[in-house]
Every structure is written in structure tokens, then in C-alpha cells.
Design a protein around this ligand. Structure first.
Ligand code: FPP
Length: 242
């Protein structure tokens, strides 16, 4: 059965090229329903499908998602294992649908320290989808913003750049996001008001959209609301209003 999607008026909306999302609140969503946390993560993945579809529908070009931070390893081992199982399943199964939809998958973060089999699956997904151009899905996995900056700095030193050669543009080329424009809109669900080490360089001038809605409930209509809010923003990048 095909459900009729509520018609949303995109006329007059300013569409951000790059949306970044901190998908928070899976655990609380599950707790509210007296379900195990893993059920919340599963619901989170289902919702991610809806958001990917919606990004394509709304002509958003880049979606960066915070899937697993360098700090998430400190969660109970059973939860980490559960999350890894989910990532493996998505990379094994859903990747073909994503490929058919024209999604190009890329990764930011450090794949070292991730199980070799999972590394292989990530690399296979990147290779399979590399020719697609409908939506760039940038997955932050084993990612931390400070670690990214240290990693970039080490490479800059290893390349022997002189202090005079270094400016913001050059520095950006050493980040995991090299070549990808900075996020225009950064969304965080679940009512938390912090950046949690996500894209701390790249989000310097992003517009923030913070909502109390838990990630599994942040669907197409909520993304649309975020776009409405973004449309009303006056982005000045530090300059005066014109
Ligand atoms: C935050 O909820 C969510 C995570 C740490 C994991 C997010 C991962 C997914 C939604 C899986 C989808 C990703 C891919 C690439 C398949 P939380 O556990 O911190 O919730 P809480 O703050 O309510 O406890």
C-alpha cells in the first residue's frame, strides 16, 4: 500500500545545501515505551530512512549524520555491540536501496579501531555508491571533532607546511570533510543544547535547529518545520545586516 504523503509546500522555502544532524534521543524514546534501548536505535534507523527520502524530496544535497562518536565506545558493551550489529545490517541490506535512490555514501571519522569486517562493509558501500549524485550521505562514525582537528594538524606537520602557508581554507582541506561545503543547518533532536564534539570546525556559522522531539519521531514533517525555521534566518556570517 502506498501511503499518501501530506503535500508540503516547498515554494518560498530556502533549502540548505548541507544539513547535519545529531540524532539524539533513541534511548529515551524506547524508555518512554518501556522497550530496550536497542529498540530505540532500530526505530532511529527506520526514521533515518524517512529523513534520507525527505532530503531527496526537498532537494537537500548533503546530509551528514552523527552515527557513532569517539565517546560512544564508553557505553555498555552490549549497547555498543547492538549498534555495530545495526550498522552492519544497514550496510549489508539497505545499501542497495540507497544505491538505487542515487545516494552516495561517504564516511568521516577514524575507521581504525573499528572491527575489520565493518571497515570492509563501509569501504564497500563507499565504492558501490561512488558514482551517485542525488544525495551525499556523510556518515560520522567513530568521529570526534577534536580528534579530527588533531588528525588534520598532524598531517599538516607531516607535510611540512610552513606557518605562512596555513590559512583556514588550507586547514579545511586536511579535515575529513575536505571538499564538502560546511553545513548550513545543524539539527539536534531530543532537547539537548550542545554540540557534543560534532563538526566543531565546520559548524562555526551553521544555523542551529534544536527540538525536543526524540530522533525516532523526527520525520518528514519535522524536517519540513526545520526548513521553515531556516528560511526565516538571517545568515550574516559575522557581517552586518544588509
Ligand atoms: C543517540 O541516541 C543515538 C545514537 C548514539 C546512535 C545513533 C544511531 C542511529 C540512529 C543508527 C543509524 C545510523 C546508521 C548509519 C545506520 P541515544 O542513545 O544517545 O539516546 P538517549 O540520549 O535518549 O539515551
Amino acid at each position: 500500500m502506498v501511503l499518501n504523503k501530506e503535500k508540503l509546500d516547498l515554494g518560498g522555502l530556502k533549502i540548505p545545501k548541507h544539513v547535519a544532524v545529531i540524532m539524539d534521543g533513541n534511548g529515551r524514546w524506547a524508555k518512554k515505551r518501556m522497550l530496550p534501548r536497542q529498540a530505540g536505535h532500530r526505530a532511529g534507523v527506520e526514521n533515518l530512512r524517512e529523513i534520507i527520502d525527505s532530503c531527496i524530496e526537498f532537494n537537500i544535497e548533503i546530509l551528514t549524520i552523527y552515527a557513532f562518536s569517539t565517546e560512544n565506545w564508553t557505553r555498555p558493551e552490549s549497547e555498543v555491540r547492538g549498534l555495530m550489529r545495526i550498522f552492519a545490517r544497514v550496510l549489508d541490506q539497505e545499501i542497495y536501496d540507497l544505491h538505487d535512490q542515487g545516494v552516495r555514501v561517504s564516511h568521516i571519522g577514524d575507521l581504525n579501531g573499528v572491527a575489520p569486517l565493518l571497515q570492509e562493509k563501509v569501504n564497500r558501500a563507499i565504492e558501490l555508491t561512488k558514482g551517485n549524485d542525488r544525495l551525499l550521505l556523510n556518515v560520522a562514525f567513530n568521529y570526534g571533532g577534536r580528534a579530527e582537528i588533531v588528525h588534520a594538524t598532524r598531517r599538516i606537520l607531516a607535510d611540512g607546511l610552513s606557518p605562512d602557508d596555513l590559512d583556514e581554507e588550507t586547514f579545511g582541506k586536511y579535515l575529513f570533510t575536505a571538499g564538502v561545503p560546511d553545513p548550513d543547518l545543524l539539527i539536534r533532536t531530543s532537547g539537548e543544547y550542545r554540540i557534543s564534539n560534532f563538526l566543531i570546525w565546520q559548524a562555526a556559522y551553521s544555523e542551529y535547529y534544536l527540538t525536543p522531539v526524540y530522533w525516532p519521531d523526527f520525520g518528514r514533517a519535522e524536517l519540513y518545520e526545520a526548513l521553515v525555521s531556516y528560511t526565516g534566518r538571517d545568515r550574516r556570517f559575522g557581517a552586518l545586516a544588509t
